[in-house]
Every structure is written in C-alpha cells, then in structure tokens.
Design a protein around this ligand. Structure first.
Ligand code: MD3
Ligand code: FE
Length: 225
C-alpha cells in the first residue's frame, strides 16, 4: 500500500488506470468531465457508502424484458430507482424491505452540488442517488434516462474503483457513440441538451483497484421529482 499522494514505485503511464492530472473536459454542449474531482473526499465517501449499503444492499434487478441486470443496484435519498417485470420507476420505499431508502449522506450531496455548480447548474438539490456496482464483465447497454419528471436539472455521476469505458451517443439509438474513459475519482455532469442522449458502459475489464478491489462503483445523482 502506498500513502495518498505518493507516487507508486512503478508507474505505467499508459495503463488505463494511470492517475489523471486535474482537468476538465467538455464532452458535449452541456456535459463536463472533472477528472479527479472526488479524490479529496473519497475517504469520507467510502464509509458513508458502507453505511448506506448496510440498509440497502446491492441487488441485481430484473428488467421489464425479463433480463437480470449485470450491474448491482442500490439507492439513497428520498427516492430510489427500481425496475421489475412491470417497468421502471422511482419509489420512496426499497421494494426489498418496504422501508424508506437510506438518507443521502451530506458528503454525497455536497459533492454533487459543487460539481453541478461548477458546470453552470447552481443550487442542484438531488432527491435520488442511484448506486451502481460493476464487477469485471458487467456492463450497461445503451439507454436513455427518461424516468425523471423534468430534464431541467443535470445528472451528476461519480466514478470509483476500476476504470470504465463510457459510451456517449446521440438522441437516436443508432447515432454514433463517442468513447469516454472514466477513472476513480472522476465526476461528470450531464445537462441541458445532452440530458436525453443515449449512453452506456462497455464491459468492465478484469482488474483490482487499490481501495475498492475488483469492482467499479458509480453514483448518479438526479432530481427525479
Ligand atoms: C448521460 N450509469 O445509472 S453514469 C445510469 O456509469 C447510468 O453507471 C452509468 O447510465 C454508470 O443510468 C453512466 C453517467 C450518466 C448518467 C446519466 C446520464 C450519463 C448520462 C443521463 C443523460 C446523459
Ligand atoms: Fe443512464
């Protein structure tokens, strides 16, 4: 183990988990990747995540089409995103326990609000945080996020653990996709005209992350109602 801030003895700059310098990349008219934005608060995010998962563990939900998702899902905040044979919806109760979802930890909320503000969306108050867990091989097929009541607020995503190749398409499923690699600590804000673009995640490659092991965790913050 090396201490935070240290450079490992051998550093492969071409490895797909090579540390990224702090930077911002604009990937759409209203979408920004803030490289390493979450790194300063990772040591507070992880214990808060553990606490959320004690109440609402990851589960592999079944889609309306009858497929079991390869991604494990949980949620925190007033509303959680769920899917089953009857459809997709946001609900105030975890269907597995019929209890409210765990509260959104303040450190989650503050991070999402700061990133949204830096992307030009001041006063973002998410009411839902979907938590996705990818093990190597898990993927998310191309889709649109259309279950929220309005699209005036952005989606903010936080990537932790193993890297992923994110696919960013257009407003039609058949539109060409651009590939955007996402690394531990990256935060992305997707708003405005990009909000309804198709997107997905390629199968996660085998690997082990120093803090999270063989998984990628992604938080997506939304205003669902
Ligand atoms: C672009 N999650 O949970 S986050 C999802 O990495 C989802 O787990 C992916 O797509 C993940 O729905 C991608 C980035 C993301 C989330 C919502 C978007 C990108 C988006 C909504 C509109 C456009
Ligand atoms: Fe999505």
């Amino acid at each position: 183990m090396h201490r935070k801030g240290d450079t490992p003895a051998t550093l492969d700059l071409f490895a797909d988990d090579a540390p990224q310098p702090p930077s911002t990349e604009q990937i759409g008219p209203a979408s920004y990747v803030f490289r390493g934005y979450a790194l300063p608060v990772v040591d507070r995010l992880l214990p808060a995540l553990e606490a959320v998962l004690q109440t609402a563990p990851f589960r592999n939900m079944v889609t309306p089409g009858g497929f079991t998702m390869s991604v494990g899902l949980s949620s925190c905040g007033a509303l959680g995103w769920t899917t089953d044979r009857s459809g997709y919806q946001y609900s105030a109760l975890d269907p597995q326990t019929d209890q409210p979802w765990p509260a959104m930890p303040q450190v989650f909320r503050d991070l999402a609000q700061a990133a949204a503000s830096d992307a030009g969306f001041a006063d973002f108050e998410p009411d839902a945080c979907l938590i996705n867990r990818y093990v190597p091989g898990a993927k998310m097929s191309l889709h649109q996020d259309k279950n929220e009541h309005g699209y005036q607020w952005p989606v903010v995503s936080v990537s932790l653990g193993l890297p992923a190749m994110f696919l960013f398409g257009g407003l039609e499923r058949s539109d060409k996709t651009q590939k955007v690699p996402l690394f531990h600590g990256d935060v992305v804000v997707w708003g405005g005209e990009d909000r309804l673009r198709f997107h997905g995640v390629l199968p996660i490659k085998q690997g082990s992350h120093s803090l999270l092991g063989e998984q990628r965790i992604n938080f997506t913050f939304r205003k669902a109602r």
